[in-house]
Ligand binder design. Structure first.
Ligand code: FEO
Length: 396
């Protein structure tokens, strides 16, 4: 796409990855691709904020060349060590071996262990400032948002925050600003990104937003390291983060299940009917036909998580295990949950799911509902009544 001016003497020099479909190895489905954003500040000190993923190094350097000679970089700010942002740092440092590298202490440690280089590291802390000439960089450490080394860089003269992964979205586009793309798709991807990456750090998200608010910094534009730059909706995405981090969920239920011969599926649908009978919204996902990361995004906006499996080998269908593992790591806040499923000659599934919900920090609202073989009319009614109780709990 080439370099794009985002404000006075500051350019987006990132790259668009149209092809990626899984991020963090196989952990995160990125249906709409992503971008690796980096920013070039043309001032008395020519400064690069972040780089891009290694395979895109040549394209990245050509983007820089459209604005300045890529061998004339004085400073490089590394907000985050992860390779999608630091992967092209060795190529930049080869062109600019005397450039100063600014990063957090953990950032320096991480960079040394990734690239085994002796660059001119300059460790910065929250509140440290560096004048580039007309622009001043202010650094804000952001440990565990989402790695220990993470930090934000702020330019007061432009009211511009560059928070690296925070406020990002995996969304490839021919454009770079929020107001140039479909807002619903943008918010959907931002929500999925928060749900799958930042959920475990929700309390830190709230503290960081509070800290930035107390610092009194004016933010007109947020330029994350993935996806669109927030220039129209900077306040909207900050408020959305507060909502997601606070666990202020919508009043709906997500039913996730899989089935062997259809009994657990009948239960899922009857539970859904019981929820809807009470005027509460629900969505059903058959896990083997759904995307796990999309489900996690849906759970973020739900109050109740209802998970079902038939018994196999005294436990659950293995297709459900990755979701329970993810929830255990993510620990979504302010959720209630319940399990259900059919069994033949031994139990174990509803108990295993119940244990999984507890380990994810989800409040189990009652013991799971297990039915033998195929649900009869009375048992279907029990499922409907479970749905009624779930709806009542959501309404509380
Ligand atoms: Fe934590 Fe986009 O890397």
């Amino acid at each position: 796409m080439g370099a794009v001016k985002i404000c006075d003497n500051i350019y987006w020099v990132g790259v668009v990855d149209w092809d990626i479909r899984y991020f963090h190895g196989p952990a995160y489905s990125a249906h709409r691709g992503t971008t690796y954003n980096a920013f070039l500040i043309v001032d008395d000190k020519i400064t690069l904020v972040d780089t891009v993923y290694t395979p895109f190094a040549d394209e990245f350097i050509e983007n820089i060349r459209q604005v300045v000679d890529p061998t004339k970089i004085d400073y490089v700010v590394v907000n985050h060590v992860e390779m999608d942002h630091s992967g092209s740092l060795p190529a930049i440092m080869e062109l600019n071996p005397k450039a100063k590298v600014f990063c957090s202490k953990k950032g320096m440690e991480g960079l040394k262990k990734h690239y085994f280089a002796q660059w001119d590291f300059n460790v910065v802390k929250t509140g440290d400032r560096i004048s580039l000439g007309e622009n001043t960089l202010t650094f804000i450490e952001a440990p565990m948002l989402h790695w220990p080394d993470s930090m934000f860089t702020y330019i007061a003269e432009q009211s511009l925050l560059m928070p690296n992964d925070a406020f990002g979205q995996h969304l490839a586009s021919s454009f770079i600003f929020d107001d140039q793309v479909d807002e619903n798709i943008l918010m959907e991807e931002a929500a999925k990104y928060y749900a799958n990456i930042l959920t475990p750090f929700s309390s830190l998200v709230l503290k960081k937003i509070d800290q930035i608010t107390k610092m009194g910094i004016d933010i007109k534009m947020i330029a994350p390291s993935h996806g669109m730059i927030w220039r129209k909706n900077a306040a909207k995405i900050i408020n959305a983060y507060i909502e997601w981090a606070s666990g202020r969920a919508g009043k709906k239920a997500i039913i996730v299940y899989d089935t062997m011969w259809g009994s657990t599926e009948k239960m899922a649908r009857a539970i859904g009917r019981g929820i809807a009978d009470q005027g509460v919204e629900y969505k059903i996902f058959k896990l083997s036909k759904s995307d796990r990361n999309d489900i996690i995004k849906e759970i973020q906006d739900a109050r109740a998580v209802v998970i079902g499996s038939p018994v196999i080998n005294r436990g659950i269908l293995s297709v459900l295990s990755p979701l329970l593992d993810d929830l255990k790591g993510l620990r979504p806040v302010n959720k209630v949950g319940v399990s259900f499923g059919s069994y033949g000659w031994s139990g174990g599934a509803v108990e295993a799911i119940q244990q999984g919900l507890k380990e994810a920090g989800i409040e189990v609202m009652e013991d799971g509902l297990a039915i033998n073989w195929v649900p009869d009319g009375r048992e279907i009614q029990a499922c409907v009544e479970l749905g009624n109780r779930i709806a009542q709990r959501i309404k509380e």
